[in-house]
Ligand binder design. Structure first.
Ligand SMILES: [Zn+2]
Ligand SMILES: [Zn+2]
Length: 108
């Protein structure tokens, strides 16, 4: 998976393929690196003084708008499902005017 390929997937609205690739989802992929770095704890809950297990890894700068940061460890953080949903609802409100439908492929 390289930047060119990621851009193609964005153009085809098929980012789910990105989230299934070994560079993201594999044993040594960015997703697992982020979870290990973050101790498998939700970073958003941590900021609020709570401890929750993280199930998802979220792109701080979205893949769709920043494909060059899709596989950059400093652009991702571990979050629990609750915080992930909240974060995407917030983003959805922000982009609703431009895009009628928002799909959260990171659930993969
Ligand atoms: Zn959380
Ligand atoms: Zn996310």
């Amino acid at each position: 998976m390289n930047l060119q390929r990621i851009k193609e997937l964005i153009a085809q609205d098929n980012l789910v393929k990105f989230y299934q690739c070994k560079e993201w989802y594999g044993k040594n992929g960015i997703r697992n690196q982020a979870l290990e770095r973050d101790n498998y704890e939700c970073q958003e809950c941590k900021r609020q003084g709570k401890v929750s297990p993280a199930q998802n890894v979220h792109h701080i700068k979205e893949v769709k708008t920043h494909p060059e940061l899709a596989l950059v460890l400093s652009n991702v953080e571990s979050v629990c499902i609750n915080c992930h949903n909240k974060e995407h609802k917030r983003l959805e409100k922000y982009i609703r005017k431009k895009k009628p439908k928002f799909v959260n492929e990171e659930r993969w």
